[in-house]
Design a protein around this ligand. Structure first.
Ligand SMILES: N[C@@H](CCC(=O)N[C@@H](CS)C(=O)NCC(=O)O)C(=O)O
Length: 201
């Protein structure tokens, strides 16, 4: 059975949310971050940087939350949470998956570091303002793409809504979505799914 190495309130909630949405069986393996289990053997054999999440599915071992989501959506392609290969929708799906990983999340994470993560002496008003500007610009791109739409791709829920939605949730918790009411309602709809509630429980 699929094993998801997990800790609550981390990026591990992302693949858990998707697993719940797919409705497939999986085992949750809690990694105690407080005790530093992620930095010890045997976990380091699964994730060499000692981070969560990681997924083990027989002889498939994957880390990086977004890669795990892409693997799962393809493995259970019959559940229709990923568009078919080679279609225009698949191109958009890749675009938003990579936008989340490479552009949106780094900007939101920098803002988090400048406002909460770093010790006060390492924060600066200039870096905070820059991080906020970068985060808001990335959020605007998604907001624009969502105009008049219920979901990011192909007018139906897909794994990319869960991935981008999970980053937006983080942004929302830092009040970065206040100028984007349409995004807030898309997120509200995503969060109303039982799968989201189970993953965050
Ligand atoms: N890009 C990675 C980030 C993984 C990551 O930073 N995980 C954090 C929790 S959100 C972690 O394991 N922190 C504990 C540590 O670094 O010791 C992913 O999306 O999987």
């Amino acid at each position: 059975m699929i094993k998801l190495y997990f800790a609550p309130r981390t990026r591990a909630t992302r693949p858990r949310w998707l697993l719940e949405q797919l409705g497939v069986p999986y085992e949750l393996v809690n990694v105690d971050l407080e005790k530093g289990e992620q930095k010890q053997l045997p976990y380091l054999r699964i994730h060499p940087l000692g981070k969560v999440p990681a997924l083990v599915d027989d002889d498939v071992v994957v880390f990086e939350s977004i890669a795990i989501c892409m693997y799962l959506a393809d493995k259970y392609i019959d559940k229709k949470l990923a568009p078919a290969l080679g279609t225009p929708e698949r191109a958009q799906y890749y675009q938003w998956m990579l936008f989340a990983a490479a552009t949106l999340e780094p900007a939101v994470a920098d803002y988090y570091e400048q406002t909460q993560g770093l010790p006060a002496e390492k924060r600066s008003p200039e870096a905070t303002a820059k991080a906020k500007e970068r985060a808001l610009a990335a959020i605007k791109v998604v907001e624009h793409a969502m105009l008049g739409k219920m979901y990011l791709v192909a007018e139906k829920l897909s794994a990319v809504d869960i991935v981008v939605g999970s980053v937006m949730r983080w942004a929302e918790s830092m009040k970065l979505l206040e100028g984007a009411p349409d995004l807030a309602s898309w997120l509200y709809e995503l969060k109303s799914h039982a799968a989201f509630k189970k993953a965050m429980a």
